[in-house]
Design a protein around this ligand. Sequence first.
Ligand code: ADP
Length: 451
Amino acid sequence: MFSRILVANRGEIALRIIRACKDLGIESVAVFSEADRDAHYLKQADYRVCIGAAASSDSYLNIKRIIAAAEITDVQAIHPGCGFLAENAHFAEVCESSNIRFIGPPPAVINLCGNKSDAVRVAKQCKIPTVPGSEKVLETPEEAIDCAKKIGYPVIIKAAAGGGGRGMRVVHNDISLRNAFFTAQREAEAAFKDKSVYLEKYVEGARHIEVQILCDGESYLHLGMRDCSCQRRHQKLIEESPPPGVPSRVAEAICKAAIKYAESIKYVNAGTVEFLLDRRGRFYFMEINARLQVEHPVTELVTGIDLVHQQIRIASGEKMRMKQGHIRQEGSAIECRINAEDPDAGFKPSPGLIKTYIIPGGPGVRLDSHAYAGYKVSPHYDPMIGKLVVYGKKRSEAIAATRRALAEFHIEGIKTTIPLYRRIFNDAAFVQGGIDTSYLDSFLVGSSNAG
Ligand code: ADP
């Protein structure tokens, strides 16, 4: 087992990993940018190293500085968290060549998973259902239009190197496809320094269902599914496990497909295989994320398995002792991402000083957050400031407890997604369960009309 780990991330997820290190008796090294210098969570780490200016390219994305910090503090491993360098195969390679263990999959696996259109091709080879699409990167709008004619509108243009819903466009005809093609390329180039885009049939009324996998190189296990259908601009806001109302036959088939995929690419460490599930119970492979997901706590609450502990153990070379039959899912867990954003202004980021921060508690409530009264939300980074994760023996109990927690949770000084969640948790369609990815847009239109 490692004795010291560097956490190459910031905020809530850095704190989550520092906490896991403490649980395992491992020392942690936090790195921080000048913008994060005063953040309280840094005090929880055993060592702290400033790695540069606020801009991510000068700090959290700066491989040289992170490796230098790791060498100075003499760590044996680096946990990349979620975002920043978590899915950067080159970073994983540099770690390995510097004799520092990267807590995640091997570089070749990250590479494959990082190119969505390659990842879909592997699914096809495994005979896992996929959405009809271009199967390769498209060079011109004419090629895209030809492809859309074959598969039929609506289609979705996606960035091959994509993530976080960026570079993605749904289009319904040739004219909008032509325009959207260049916009998607530009967005992809700006966000990922790779303008490659490809096309898929847009599955209407689908749910986003994903499977948590855990692999140590010999055993391939799944920890059940999560439902992440409550999204804005193709980005997740509320996630839950298990997904309500999925017949067990379908659930088993989806989990089996996820394992088959993981085995075929010799996946190692924690990962997530994402699917779309349509109204008729048909599912399609969408992509695989070669990292810990933001929404991992809902799986932890229903399985009782700490995913960050498992990641660290696997990276240190330990083999998992549990078998698939040992993994039980009990109860229901729901996560709300607390973002410094204004839902009434198109989710515009709302950085600034948090003046009041009154947190919820009580049975079933877990709050993963690095924020506090007096904390300044930086405009430089992702607006997520925490995750409210609530457990109940039944879904209805998890919903009631989330409502109670949201009522207790008060943040003043900045706008957050909390008031929106209070409304969603009182919405009959959400409470009933089984919403699809178009739910939130319709809910927002409906509630603004009503207001
Ligand atoms: P990212 O990696 O940017 O998060 P994903 O491929 O995971 O992108 O897709 C994000 C979301 O976009 C999905 O959860 C889903 O809501 C929507 N989406 C992606 N592909 C399709 C598709 N073919 N049909 C319908 N919705 C899709």
